[in-house]
Design a protein around this ligand. Structure first.
Ligand code: NAG
Ligand code: NAG
Ligand code: NAG
Length: 545
């Protein structure tokens, strides 16, 4: 071989090796900057059934970058920083027009929790300071603003998790120094009830049981994960039915060693309910970062368990990269979970994260073990502590936030406060998939449990055998967990051309979820998925039984 040949031979070997060692990067996924600033950092986000996203932060860090209209100001002598404040700490983002409207919050919703009620109204609870016992309501109408009950909760709740129950009310679980739960509205019991799991998993100095992962199981009980333990819990009788094995490594997965978690897509039968938890930080990461400025590497593993298995065990899978403070989003195709945002070192908390992870990772729960992960196109914006992500009805993922500081600091700090909103478009939105993308042309708006209904859609290239209908609840995202995130795969008959219709129009007969244990009442986005490509969702509603 000549010298040049030797060089190119080695170059090829190196390239082949590099390709073999680094996971494939899917380039069809796209990032788009929607707004360079909405004026408020997206610590909390909720999509409402009018396609507007309520975004809010805290009220006690000083002025935001969004003024309140009409000379409105908030006078609060208890505010830690600014007792006369004419800026907004909540905003409404309109997906259709890309416009932002300032909202008026009176009490502090810092690190709070929420659900939608069956009417699509945001019911938002707790926070800090003057907001720790507040219940706040926000209606999905076009010029609404917050309504607040400053003493609506039985106990102060900061870093709690809410979940919608089958009767449409909400349970509020935990919070800092609050190992208990309660209901909103208070129609069952009016006081807080002690939950021993939260008392027993409260590591002194380190917590690790905040923002517990809570899911409604298909038997009506709640799966509750805190720190490194989890239980199946009957909130009606205050009974623990089942204690699951602890995490195999013993490491915590909740705030501040924050991993993220989802309930994997539920099949129509409700069989095989599985919980997935990804990333987090090793025990001690929070204390090491806060007292010694030692930023330990995040966890690289995901844990997955069938919670109704006869002998449930966590199976362990290794992600392409370590991640703490990620956000997990169920994509409407029902095939993939997106893991986005976060860092590779440190923990949640002010100034405690390092090494932003810019590339999301997809996890395909139905693929064979070993080939489930795929590294996606990276963003350029670090989304550290206090960032969030929610799915939009058009299939994009709205990503915002990142403010690892006690104030809004734009200069002179690592990871400046970020006020932007970005959209992540998964591969299914790529232009070359347009022929496969269905469009719903007729469907009922109101569904009844167990009732058969028909959805009519058009699409240029149908694959009758591969049409799937999914339903997704809009979730409340904050602190690496999306409360009430639930994806249902509906029982569907084979797709057929619609009679007496144009070419390309098809019909699929579907059965609505059979019970409120499978699908609590409220609003859902319904998607037709053709050969893996979802339509734009449509809003459907299920009344309480
Ligand atoms: C927010 O306002 C501050 C103070 O006026 C300004 O320095 C900063 O650039 C603004 N940031 C954004 C992202 O708008
Ligand atoms: C789970 O966490 C606790 C601390 O809360 C710790 O003492 C225990 O050893 C951990 N469990 C396992 C199996 O490592
Ligand atoms: C962050 O902002 C606050 C409030 O404006 C200010 O007091 C503080 O000095 C800033 N921190 C840094 C590191 O610039």
């Amino acid at each position: 071989m000549k010298n040049d040949d030797v060089h190119s031979f080695f170059l090829v070997v190196v390239l082949v090796l590099a390709a073999a060692l680094s996971p494939a990067v899917a380039t069809a996924a796209q990032w788009q900057l929607l707004k360079s600033s909405i004026g408020v950092s997206a610590m909390h986000m909720q999509l409402l059934p009018n396609d507007r996203v309520v975004v809010f932060d805290r009220t006690d860090f000083g002025p935001s970058n969004l003024s309140l209209p009409d000379g409105r100001c908030r006078d609060d002598p208890r505010d830690w920083t600014l007792s006369h404040d004419c800026t907004a700490h909540a905003a409404e983002y309109d997906v259709a027009t890309n416009a932002v409207r300032a909202l008026t919050l009176e009490t502090d919703p810092w690190c709070s929790s929420a659900t939608l009620d069956p009417d699509g109204r945001l019911v938002q609870t707790g926070g800090a300071n003057d907001g720790e016992r507040a219940v706040r309501y926000f209606n999905p109408c076009f010029d609404c603003d917050w309504k607040e009950e400053p003493a609506g909760l039985a106990a102060p709740r900061w870093y709690a998790t809410n979940h919608v129950l089958p009767d449409g009310t909400a349970i509020v679980v935990g919070g800092r120094s609050q190992p208990s739960f309660e209901f909103v509205p208070k129609n069952r019991i009016t006081s807080a009830v002690v939950l021993p799991l939260l008392r027993d998993t409260n590591d002194p100095g380190e917590l690790n049981n905040l923002y517990p992962f809570v899911y409604l199981n298909v038997d009506g009980n709640l799966f509750i994960f805190a720190n490194n333990r989890s239980i199946l819990f009957d909130y009606n009788t205050n009974t623990v039915f089942r204690e699951y094995p602890p995490t195999p490594d013993g490491d915590p997965r909740n705030y501040p060693c924050a991993g993220s978690s989802v309930l994997l897509p539920l099949p129509p039968s409700g069989d095989n309910v599985q919980v997935l938890i990804c990333g987090g930080a090793p025990r001690g990461a929070f204390v090491k970062a806060s007292t010694q400025k030692l930023f330990v590497g995040a966890l690289k593993t995901c844990l997955r368990m069938g919670i109704n298995d006869p002998s449930p065990t966590w199976s362990i899978e290794t992600m392409p990269s370590a991640r703490v403070m990620g956000d997990m989003v169920l994509l409407p195709d029902g095939d993939e979970v997106l893991i986005v945002n976060g860092a590779a070192a440190g923990s949640s908390g002010w100034e405690l994260g390092r090494d932003p992870v810019l590339a999301p990772v997809g996890y395909r729960p139905g693929a064979p073990a070993g080939v489930r992960f795929e590294v996606k196109t990276p963003t350029t914006v670090p989304r550290m502590y206090h960032s969030s992500a929610v799915l939009l009805r058009d299939g994009r993922v709205l990503v915002g936030g990142s403010n690892p500081h006690a104030f809004y600091n734009f200069t002179g700090v690592d990871y400046p406060t970020d006020l932007s909103l970005e959209a992540y478009s998964p591969e299914y939105l790529a232009p070359e998939k347009a022929k496969l993308r269905p469009r719903v042309v007729a469907a009922p708006k109101d569904l009844v449990y167990g009732e058969r209904f028909t959805v009519r859609f058009d699409v240029a290239a149908v694959n009758e055998k591969q049409v799937r209908v999914t339903m997704l609840s809009p979730s409340f995202a904050t602190h690496s967990f999306s409360m009430n995130q639930r994806l249902l795969i509906l029982e569907a008959e084979e797709t057929a051309p619609a009679v007496e219709e144009d070419e390309w129009v098809y019909e699929v007969a579907v059965v609505a979820p059979r019970s409120a244990f499978i699908a609590p009442p409220g609003y859902y986005m319904l998607f037709i998925v053709n050969g893996g490509i979802p339509s734009e969702g449509i809003w459907v509603h299920i009344q309480p039984q």
